[in-house]
Design a protein. Structure first.
Length: 94
């Protein structure tokens, strides 16, 4: 018998309101042509409601190549959250 706990019990999909509350933009990357862009999240929340990012993805088309294979994530880097957000690691002392 495995001692692992179900992942769903501890991790919830990120929803748009979570980004808005933290003043995070949404970063989009076209997997076809590598075109990328950062979008403000309050207008997206007003338009689409509080949906999961995975569901929001289907609403985007690349403005460069019209590709629909779009990768989306919070825009950590341009929102000032670049230190330890993904891995939760702190900077080591030199």
């Amino acid at each position: 018998m495995s001692s692992k706990r179900p992942r769903e019990k501890y991790f919830q999909p990120v929803q748009l309101a979570w980004l808005v509350q933290r003043q995070l933009n949404l970063w989009l990357w076209c997997e076809v042509c590598s075109h990328h862009k950062s979008l403000a999240t309050p207008p997206l929340l007003a338009r689409f409601g509080d949906i999961e990012l995975s569901a929001l993805k289907r609403h985007f088309t690349c403005s460069n190549c019209q590709g629909r294979d779009i990768f989306i994530r919070p825009d950590w880097q341009n929102s000032g959250w670049s230190r330890g957000v993904v891995s939760r690691h702190e900077t080591l002392d030199d």
